[in-house]
Design a protein around this ligand. Structure first.
Ligand code: DLL
Length: 442
């Protein structure tokens, strides 16, 4: 256990890198960054080509801010290099492959060496521990197993931490409930909307979701709000923390939230160097605290080093708190490609979630429908939202008016609100689709 040291502020044993000073961390980042950039240049033709075209060389990276001279990597690059063109090691050194579902175009394929898998497990373990999970606890893992990084990534991390893992995967909600009742797990790992599905199904079965053995939930893979945290914590009587990540950069565990502060996920900066750029003018690197698009460079990855990957996730960098050297990320407001532009106003589903959950008569189950009525040039947004079970139709109609007004005030968009029957909207099995674009295709 040379890597570990006891920390003063928690009952857990932390990794040494969680407790180092910012100066020490930045020195580590610089040496790892210099290595990664040279490694990528030497081993991945795409990086060599891009660096040469941009007129930069790994030797130009003398301090951390020099990273801004290097070109970005995008999802499109990974797609063009499909399947293995971005791998920096021969195939026999790749221990595992994951891939995105690829709903639009080709899947993005990512690979891991044995060391990458060990680092990944360590970072997920670190994230889970930060969120309150401890060795010896039973962990119900409802992230989907398979090519998606959520299931196996969370699984390996919980095992590495020393937990008993229940690898149920996503779906089969009735069965999930039976196992929660019978196995009495301490923690659950799921997307926030899937945990909501489970809570909802428990209520339908006459089980009080607050009565289970669950004490911690570690939730991610999709945007969620403080209002959703409150909803889940109260309904299920547990502590809910965020976990963030993406396949191209690693998978879950790029960042994790501390249960004692619940103030956003700490990015594990000994393995990833984050930047925030202006999404509209990517040449501009923004300062801490300023909102923009999150960009990551991996510092230790062997199979798939990734340089300045544009995540499309919109957030900002905040100073570290529970892990002072590691900066936090603000909540993801949305993805730039999930943004609805309605008559010139930008809108994200998380804004609707935030507003709707402050109205007691309305449930967290909603969908956004975009239409363009016949003969009209303007797009129309309809928010379909379920009323809470105990609320009358009249009560819900009044609540709909409030929601409509609040959206107009806080977002600036006019929309129609359609309150629907409890249970009538599709439930999440993992990552929930909120936006239904029904506009005629151009
Ligand atoms: O969703 C990895 C993951 C699995 C993270 C389980 C956390 C838990 P991808 O399928 O590649 O990987 O999707 C990555 O999901 O760019 C964000 O847009 C979104 N996302 C992930 N975590 C969060 C989060 C996994 N905590 C994309 N909050 C990312 C908001 C998140 N969005």
């Amino acid at each position: 256990m040379t890597q570990e040291t006891a920390a003063a502020t928690t009952d857990a044993v932390l990794d040494r890198e969680e407790t180092i000073s910012r100066d020490e961390l930045e020195a580590l980042q610089l040496s790892r960054l210099q290595h990664t950039v040279a490694y990528a240049y030497d081993r991945v033709p795409l990086y060599k080509r891009k660096f040469d075209e941009a007129g930069v060389h790994p030797a130009d990276l003398r301090e951390l801010s020099d990273l801004a001279k290097f070109p970005f990597t995008t999802k499109e690059d990974l797609r063009l290099e499909y399947p293995f063109g971005m791998f920096a090691v021969p195939q026999h050194e790749v221990a595992r492959i994951h891939a995105s579902s690829g709903t639009t175009g080709r899947a993005t394929v990512v690979g891991y060496t044995k060391k990458d898998l060990a680092d990944w497990a360590k970072l997920v373990a670190r994230s889970l521990r930060a969120s309150g999970v401890r060795p010896g606890m039973k962990v119900h893992n409802a992230y989907g197993y398979g090519l998606f990084t959520g299931g196996m990534g969370a699984h390996a991390g919980a095992e590495a931490l020393g937990c008993t893992v229940i690898p149920i995967s996503g779906g089969q909600t009735e069965r999930q409930i039976t196992l929660i009742q019978d196995f009495k797990p301490d923690a659950i790992l799921a997307t926030p909307t899937y945990l909501l599905t489970i809570a909802d199904a428990m209520i339908k079965q006459g089980i009080d979701p607050a009565s289970t053995s669950l004490k911690y939930a570690v939730l991610g893979a999709e945007p969620w709000t403080e209002e959703m945290r409150h909803e889940l914590e109260v309904t299920m009587n547990l502590k809910a923390c965020d976990i963030y990540g993406l396949s191209e950069v690693m998978g879950p565990g790029v960042a994790g939230e501390a249960v004692e502060t619940q103030d956003g996920s700490h990015i594990w900066e000994d393995h990833f160097r984050p930047e925030i750029i202006d999404a509209f003018d990517p040449t501009v690197v923004l300062g801490d605290g300023e909102p923009g698009e999150l960009v990551f460079t991996s510092l230790t990855k062997e199979a798939l080093p990734i340089i300045r990957y544009r995540t499309k996730d919109l957030t900002r960098l905040l100073p570290g708190t529970a892990r002072p050297a590691h900066r936090r990320m603000g909540r993801i407001t949305g993805r730039s490609d999930d943004m609805i532009i309605l008559r010139g106003v930008n809108l994200f589903p998380s804004q609707i979630e935030e507003i709707a959950l402050r109205i007691p008569e309305l449930s967290p189950h909603f969908q956004l429908e975009l239409t363009r009525p016949e003969g009209q040039r303007m797009d129309q947004l309809t928010v379909k939202i379920e009323r809470r079970d105990a609320v009358t139709v009249k009560g819900a109609t009044d609540a709909a008016k409030v929601l409509q007004q609040q959206i107009k005030i806080h977002v600036g968009s006019s929309c129609t609100v359609d309150v629907v029957e409890p249970g009538s909207l599709e439930r999440s099995n993992g990552k929930l689709r909120r936006i239904y674009d029904l506009r005629p295709k151009a």
